[in-house]
Design a protein around this ligand. Sequence first.
Ligand SMILES: Cc1cc2nc3c(=O)[nH]c(=O)nc-3n(C[C@H](O)[C@H](O)[C@H](O)COP(=O)(O)OP(=O)(O)OC[C@H]3O[C@@H](n4cnc5c(N)ncnc54)[C@H](O)[C@@H]3O)c2cc1C
Length: 508
Amino acid sequence: MTDPRRASHPAIPGLPDASGLTSTPHVVVVGGGIAGLAAATGLVERGVTVDVVEREDYLGGRVGGWTERSGDGAELPMNRGFHAFFRQYYNLRNLLRRIDSGLGMLIAVEDYPLVDGQGRRDTFAGLPRTPPLNAIAFALRSPTFRLRDLVRLNARAAAPLAAVSVPDIYQRLDHLDADGFLRAINFPSAARHLAFEVFSRSFFAEPGALSAAELATMFHIYFLGSSEGLIFDVANANFDVALWNPLRQYLESRGAKFHTGVSVNQVTTEPRLRVHCDSGVDFECDGMVLATDVAGLQRIVEASAGLGDDAWRARIAAMGTAPPFVVARLWLDRPVNADRAPFLGTGGRPPLDNVSVLERYEKEAAGWSRRTGGSVVELHSYAVTAPAEDLGDRMLARLHELYPEIRDAKIVDERVLTRDDCPRFAPGDHAARPTVTTPHPAVALAGDGIRIDLPVALMERAATTGWAAANRLLAHYGLAGHVLHTVPVQGRSGALRRLAQLDRRPVR
Ligand SMILES: Cc1cc2nc3c(=O)[nH]c(=O)nc-3n(C[C@H](O)[C@H](O)[C@H](O)COP(=O)(O)OP(=O)(O)OC[C@H]3O[C@@H](n4cnc5c(N)ncnc54)[C@H](O)[C@@H]3O)c2cc1C
């Protein structure tokens, strides 16, 4: 939290603890991903009784980790895939500070190069952190920007990029797709294909299927709106070990109960709120946070006829899920070259989106690498709209193209996950996106697919909506909420904000 212009969002005042109430509220949190765990933390810290119900056997959701066994019985730590913990993820970091105030479980990745199909590289190392110097320095040294490209930029149309405020940016740009918007502002095509494609695909969508408003918001959070920098941290061990087992212990020490491997089927509201699980166990409660992925929320709401009103139920039904993505983890019998980065983003090399070398940062992989002399490498492929049998071979061929030293490496073990549980952020999605608040005063929503009118995305949107869901219920019980923090809520440059305000003709 080094940006002096970061924003603080005060909490609603109330009693410091539920012991001051006539009875202690009992809340069920459905979903044990970041959003559910943030909500559970916000509630137990005010003395609320909390049960967390999670469908999988592990916590963390899409940032979950667990251990598998190889054929010879050796442990193979596995997780849902590489995650970058940016410095501007204030609310997520405050959650993790509950287990270590110094955030010792995170280590810095000093650089993450991006490489395109023609071998051009962008890098984030050594950039100034203060906007707009960071963007100017990045553009000047990037091989994908030329001076004449910058001169050709359509400044009027590009102004909203530097003047983002939420939710105004959605009114201005949500009807456009990111690719069309970047074309409309004459954004250099090589840069579009490298930096922007990599970022838009981090939302699991092709640039043509991503809302331009989401792209602009992302640009604001990570680049033009924040001086925290673009360098990120990673977990120093598998996610269960570094993050979720310690957080679970912290919550259990405050009385929270966890029910993993249990799926919620239905919610009834009369005479009291009741959560019905596939284990046959029901929970009667005073409040509920639904913190599942989109499909999970849709199934629960569909099966719970008495929950919400028609308009709200229609908004839940209209939510979309992004196309599937593939995470492949390979244990190789020889190492990649010593100078390979922990994380490499790729553009124009379909179907590969990034490569990470796990022994550079993850304790378990480092141990395996030391013992065997091999490397643990992870490949991601997003927006897999046409899954094909040869996808794995094509990802591997791209890996060999980039890291030829492992062309003949033997794959000692591999694990491949194909999932489709990320929310869709398509043009036009924002207006109907459900918010943390629901028609029921004691039911709140949380998750990275839930709307909150603050500049947050991905894991930080999950954490922020989780805290906000806790705050919603705490206010309902008369208990004090938790302060939230974000990057500045509007573009930093007054001149650019005025320029963007001068001309509010819609960009087409
Ligand atoms: C491969 C990959 C890489 C990513 N990289 C990054 C990154 O680098 N940086 C970043 O910021 N973000 C990244 N993300 C996005 C990030 O993972 C998500 O934004 C975040 O984890 C979402 O958290 P959540 O709590 O909203 O949802 P989830 O993590 O999906 O949690 C929802 C939970 O609800 C549970 N559930 C569903 N239905 C039920 C039910 N009926 N009963 C009980 N439980 C249920 C699910 O099992 C799940 O555990 C990445 C995502 C993926 C998939």
